[in-house]
Design a protein around this ligand. Sequence first.
Ligand code: SAM
Length: 282
Amino acid sequence: MGALLGPAEIRDLAAKLDVTPTKKLGQNFVHDANTVRRIVASGRVDADSRVLEIGPGLGSLTLGLTETGASVTAVEIDGRLAAQLPATVAAMQPEARLRVVHQDALTVAASDLPEAPTHVVANLPYNVSVPVLLHLLATFPSIERALVMVQAEVGYRLAADPGNKVYGAPSVKAAWYGSWSIAGQVSRQVFWPVPNVDSVLVGFDRGEQPGDEALRSRVFVLVDAAFQQRRKMLRQSLSGVLGGSARAAEVLTAAGIDPTARGEVIGVDDFVRLARTVLAAG
Ligand code: SAM
């Protein structure tokens, strides 16, 4: 096993680069080797994996990924961190297979990456974690497995089933791509600086996608409308996107969904059936 970064190395590197971690970019760096190895193991990363890491920062998790022999592409928005990372990793693991892309993960496209990723493994910037995940899953169908560290509330929401009190639009959209589960909690003490929120690890396995891009986009419009006013019955919350509440009730009934139900009890399969009914009706 290669070496990983500890607390002293993290602070030295930050000082050398004159980096003061910013909240805006969600810069809380992991300085605990056990946490890094736990993330890599839960991500099921091995030498055959092509890993996309978002926000490598000073390289804590990157080194854990490259020491498996995996090929790693790391996308980092902060130019100082992106510029330093190849040297940090090469000094500690000369054999590492790493490419660094200096870019915003929210806009990264297939043409920006040297290879199609099979895995996403990341300690995500917390303020953009859901949009980043949805963007990556839509943009890279080659991604089969993800293991991400996110703010606890976000993690529980991603993994929530219908009827759960934290179930919401992100839960349904995430479920379009596959299944999600909480892989464990993470102590605040493994970060520098210590964040003021709790974190969890969330695992993802891609499932069979319910349909094409036209269907996905229709499902997401229905989901947004259904959860914008989550306490309202579906025939009301969907009236704006389905041409009035009488028409909404008709379409919901045709799709086998109770028009008086609320969005919070409707699963992705129901939304898919509803979108198919809407598309078939023209
Ligand atoms: N992976 C490192 C670790 O575990 O120590 C750093 C994780 S830190 C929570 C989040 C990282 O994401 C920071 O390095 C930050 O600069 C980067 N970042 C923030 N927003 C980003 C974006 N939109 N695209 C790519 N990287 C981003």
